[in-house]
Design a protein around this ligand. Structure first.
Ligand code: 6PG
Length: 259
């Protein structure tokens, strides 16, 4: 599968997993540099799950450790499991161990979703929404409706059922039209999730999906070349109005795509 561009969507297939991760890391560096030419700070939303761990570890090592202006980056999460931040399932813990504890980032640059034990799932979602609205409210003019700064970089993964973040097929946040953050119980997983909604994700300037492994090949094909609606294939709802979406795939995850 060769690289493709279609409107604001790019599909990049550099080869194996390590090459996909390295090329995405390189593009994150250039994207951050471009963003910080025009802004004081750059917001990055981290994906959870296991796939991005290699990317986060790579970014914490040279040459990326010296290339990124860490003191001008602010870190958020695209979704979180409703667990304590020291729980092995925590997306915050994974990113902290793989990246944030290994680079010069202070606590006030980390904006984690409140964890279990701090508040209820609904309170965590409300609190995170307030955090985001405060952060993205322009300094020079209080936010009227729709007058918010936009997320700069959002990293996302993809599940075999075409979920992304914690936007699972047939769940309420898929049709949410105003809230940026949503808490919901995922019956098949037996746990609560807090997730950004498509309403907020589609405000992003740069969305990067990182998907690797043969297990994801059918989900990738459904999202990129299928015609399912967003209820069945939530990742198809990620269509930023004024931003770009770039899919970094390894050869295995792209193996069902037609040229
Ligand atoms: C999560 C993620 C989720 C993840 C996919 C893929 O909290 O699990 O946000 O959307 O990206 O489930 O997970 P893997 O990378 O572990 O396959």
């Amino acid at each position: 599968m060769s690289d493709q561009q279609n409107g604001n969507r790019r599909i990049i297939v550099p080869g194996g997993e390590d090459k996909a991760v390295a090329e995405l890391a390189d593009e994150i560096v250039t994207s951050v540099d471009d963003i910080l030419n025009d802004k004081k700070r750059c917001s990055l939303f981290l994906a959870g799950g296991s796939t991005p761990e290699k990317l986060y570890r790579l970014l914490s090592e040279e040459p990326y450790l010296s290339s990124l202006p860490w003191n001008r980056l602010d870190f958020f999460w695209g979704d979180e499991r409703y667990v304590a931040h020291d729980h092995p399932d925590s997306n915050y813990l994974m990113a902290y161990q793989a990246l944030l504890s290994r680079v010069p980032v202070q606590a006030d640059q980390r904006y984690p979703v409140p964890g279990a034990g701090e508040c209820t799932p609904a309170e965590a979602a409300e609190s995170y929404e307030e955090t985001l609205r405060n952060y993205f409210t322009p300094e020079d003019s209080p936010a009227e409706e729709g007058n918010y700064d936009r997320p700069d970089i959002v990293l996302l993964g993809l599940g075999e059922d075409c979920h992304t973040a914690s936007l699972f097929p047939g769940t309420p946040p898929l049709t949410e039209r105003s809230r940026w953050v949503f808490a919901h119980y995922i019956k098949k997983l037996g746990n609560w999730r807090i997730t950004l909604t498509p309403v907020f994700l589609n405000e992003a300037n740069n969305i990067f999906f990182l998907v690797t492994g043969r297990k994801k090949a059918y989900a990738v094909k459904s999202v990129l070349q299928g015609d399912s609606d967003g209820e069945k294939c939530p990742a198809r709802l990620i269509e930023p109005a004024n931003g770009s979406v770039t899919w970094y795939l390894d050869s295995a995850a792209s193996s069902e795509l037609e040229d």
